[in-house]
Design a protein around this ligand. Structure first.
Ligand code: UD2
Length: 334
């Protein structure tokens, strides 16, 4: 009799456990199927009843190319609606991180960079700027709007500018691994010897974002200063390559930029082992990376001009531009 009761209790318990397991699995399945991650790159939710100029697929800019052969947008003034884009990205509650390196005398550029970023870089969004410097005590005090913050990280000084420029990939990789766990957020890595002159905002967001170099976008690719030695991991053969991209500005989703930084760093280090340094250091490795891993958004040279260059007619607005500098005076070596 006792034996019979025990087996009934056992059967009841097993049924309860199975039921519980079924509910758990069913619930998890529902969650996985129903919940669309809010900050997913491709989930562009516009507010209801918003009024804006009617878009057209017939009329628009005809003086420039606005899409790459792999169908990534090329962002030029006049190709996007900033108000609409801001309203789409605001609800995602994203944080945009920017990294900037100011090692040695390059600290002199930081004040202008930070002050103009306040005026033009993702205004109205949460922004976190990381400054990497060996002169923490010389970092200028710049008033930042609510939601914007600055973190200073100490890095060692260096006797070679090539090394400073190259080490950026390693530091960006480590920053993302250690400090930035939300992989749905975005990051831009920018040169400090530059200033913002116009809006740089949500139109620039994408999974992997590259900027076409202002010095080469009108040239045939045979003239691009890619690394041409086959011994280097940054090697680009003649007839290869899409555009020549800047090392001074790139970005995207944290997970994408992490992969980029890690790959460029490891290729750079493999070159060093072989006693080779690519023609334009990490810019060469970045160009090789972007050739294989096509950027999902390409920013026109509006997003990195050079102050010494007169504005070309297709450039309607300069948003960010490298200041004129005397290399011999500011670099630790020539
Ligand atoms: C180009 C690229 C730069 C980089 C370099 C290749 C653009 C506009 N610039 O610029 O991104 O790819 O070629 O090496 O695409 N830095 C210091 N202290 C130094 C030297 C450099 O902090 O003593 C940092 C600083 O953030 C600077 C960046 O490294 O903005 C790049 O160095 P650069 O501006 O001297 O390189 P440049 O003008 O040749």
């Amino acid at each position: 009799m006792m034996h019979l009761i025990n087996s009934k209790v056992l059967a009841l318990l097993s049924a309860l456990m199975l039921g519980g397991l079924f509910c758990y699995i069913f619930q998890s399945y529902r969650l996985a199927a129903d919940v669309i991650p809010e900050s997913h790159e491709f989930y562009l939710l516009a507010p209801e009843h918003q009024q804006y100029e009617q878009p057209s697929i017939l009329h628009g800019r005809t003086d420039v190319v606005t899409v790459t052969p792999w169908l990534a947008p090329v962002v030029w003034e006049g190709t996007f609606n900033p108000v609409l884009l801001d309203s789409i990205y605001k609800v995602k509650n994203i944080t945009v991180t920017a990294t900037v390196f100011a090692v040695g005398k390059y600290i002199m550029f930081l004040k202008n960079f930070l002050e103009t970023a306040e005026q033009h870089f993702f205004v109205g969004f949460k922004v976190h700027i990381y400054v990497f410097t060996d002169r923490s005590n010389e970092v200028p005090q710049v008033r930042m709007a609510t939601g914007r913050q600055l973190t200073v990280r100490s890095v060692p000084s260096s006797k070679r500018w090539q090394e400073i420029s190259a080490r950026r990939m390693e530091l960006i990789q480590t920053l993302i691994e250690e400090q930035l766990p939300n992989h749905n957020d975005y990051i831009f890595c920018l040169d400090v010897d530059s200033k913002f002159h116009g809006r740089w905002g949500s139109e620039s967001l994408g999974a992997l974002v590259a900027v076409t170099h202002p010095g080469y976008y009108r040239d045939p690719r045979s003239r691009f200063p890619y690394e041409r030695r086959p011994a280097s991991k940054a090697y680009m053969a003649s007839g290869e390559g899409d555009f020549y991209y800047c090392g001074g500005a790139f970005g995207g989703l944290l997970q994408e930029v992490h992969h980029l930084a890690k790959t460029c760093r490891s290729n750079f280090e493999a070159d060093t082992q072989e006693g080779i340094e690519a023609a334009w250091q990490e810019e060469s490795h970045l160009n090789r990376y972007m050739w294989i891993n096509k950027p999902s958004k390409v920013l026109s040279p509006e997003y990195l001009w050079q102050d010494f260059k007169p504005k070309n007619p297709e450039v309607h607005i300069i948003r960010f531009s490298g200041v004129v500098k005397n290399y011999a005076e500011i670099r630790p070596n020539t």
